[in-house]
Design a protein around this ligand. Structure first.
Ligand code: PLP
Length: 423
């Protein structure tokens, strides 16, 4: 099979020129530190673009999520010790996600309970969330992700959280620029939670090479995050400390990169959207669907993903670290497609393996719309009913090369490779 001469990436950084100009400016002015104009401007740009009052630039999306959890803990459990802000608390978490959205719950002593995924947007299932509040009525914190840049069912989730008096930490790391227009809430992803995180990690739609940002509408919350992220210095002539601090602030060099890249956010989204639509068209007659979204939403199309129809799945067995499959005419599976793409020098990726299937989180509760989930990888079909939507999407889905520098010719070649897997 013909290989790509240059590797086709899943989603690599796309530089334009302004990035270097802002970095150079910072170096010439000697603002090579965690203060400077690039940081201030990036915070202003992101707050304005997303539609929130306050933004604090941090070293990563994970750092932003950690401080979200600390704030939530402080609100729910005043006086708790550092590292224990969520101690003794159950926290409802999106199940199908990158583990960076859940780990910060544990950094603060919280106990995650995973909420199953729905099939319409691949995000937290409101019916399962409602079920979970029935089982754990004391829960006051929900950590919600917009997977692959597709907005979650925010109207339902916000209503349920309000009815139960629960705070929302919104992990918008993958969803910068995605929009949701509901009856209850409306706006860009990253504007719905009480405490919000975005990421500028190297493969996100806007990058600083690394970095993240905390967003909120609460001024005092933003002030706290700003203070905590700079080692909790008090306003005094010397280094005065009254509480535990962190070195989580963003560098002005990273901020220059992200600031330059952010000028192109809408262009990146348009490119990603064109890629998604080309795949959709190219797979029109294959037994697959693209990752779905609701009509009231505009995703940012960060990653294009596909899901293979059950009837077109060949045999695939996944252990903890290895996968096997048996090729069959007219059928395929994620393992076959990913291996074939890799052999052609193109990078795809499995769907995020659900948290309830991960060895580290397997003993934590998992709630589906039927009730108690069973964290066993083969328990997703019960008498013909899918009882674990996340496990099912993980089994049948995959992320396709979604780099915005991919040419239509290269993409057509990817489509051809996938088609050959089904031949
Ligand atoms: C990338 C990502 C993060 C973490 O962001 P970093 O900046 O890499 O720390 C968190 N949650 C999700 C869903 C992500 O995709």
């Amino acid at each position: 099979m013909k290989r790509f001469k240059e590797k086709l990436w899943l989603s690599s950084p796309t530089m334009h020129g302004e990035e270097l100009a802002y970095i150079e400016q910072a170096i010439r002015a000697n603002w090579v530190s965690t203060v400077g104009e690039n940081i201030n401007e990036l915070e202003r740009m992101i707050a304005g673009y997303v539609g929130v009052e306050h933004a604090v630039a941090l070293s990563s999306g994970t750092a932003a999520l950690h401080l979200c959890m600390k704030l939530a803990g402080e609100r729910l459990n005043p006086g708790a010790k550092p590292g224990k802000a969520l101690e003794g608390m159950r926290v409802f978490c999106s199940d199908m996600t990158f583990d960076a959205s859940v780990n910060p719950v544990v950094y603060e002593g919280g106990e995650p309970a995973f909420i199953d995924t729905e099939a319409d947007t691949w995000n937290m299932d409101p019916a399962a969330l409602e079920k979970a509040f029935g089982m754990y009525p004391d829960v006051k914190l929900v950590v919600l992700v917009h997977l692959y840049g597709v907005p979650a069912k925010m109207d339902e989730i916000v209503s349920i959280c309000r009815a139960h008096g629960a705070l929302i930490v919104e992990d918008a790391a993958e969803a910068l620029g995605a929009e949701y227009r509901g009856d209850i809430v409306s706006g860009r992803c990253g504007s719905f939670g009480d405490f919000i995180a975005v990421s500028f990690n190297g493969n996100k739609i806007v990058t600083g090479s690394s970095g993240g940002m905390f967003l909120t509408n609460g001024r005092s919350d933003a002030d706290k995050v700003r203070k905590w992220s700079t080692q909790s210095r008090e306003d005094a002539p010397w280094y005065q400390h009254e509480e535990l601090g962190y070195n989580y602030r963003m560098s002005n060099i990273i901020a220059g990169l992200a600031r330059g890249n952010m000028l192109h956010v809408d262009e990146h989204i348009a490119q990603k959207k064109a890629i998604y639509e080309r795949y959709k068209e190219g797979f029109g007659d294959l037994p697959v669907v693209m990752n779905p979204f609701e009509e009231m939403s505009s995703p940012n199309y960060w990653l294009s993903c596909m899901l293979i129809d059950e009837s077109a799945m060949c045999r695939q067995e996944r252990g903890e670290k290895r996968a096997l499959y048996i090729s069959e005419p007219g059928k395929s599976c994620p393992t076959e497609i990913l291996e074939t793409l890799a052999a052609c020098n193109a990078e795809g990726r499995p769907i995020w393996k659900p948290m309830h299937m991960q060895p580290i989180y397997r003993m934590d509760p998992f709630v589906t719309r039927q009730g108690n989930g069973r964290a066993r990888s083969n328990a997703y079909i019960d008498e013909g009913i899918i009882t674990d939507v996340g496990a099912d999407i993980f089994r049948r889905g995959l992320c396709l090369p979604s780099d915005n520098k991919m040419t239509p010719e290269q993409q057509d070649r990817v489509i051809e490779i996938v088609r050959e897997c089904f031949a």
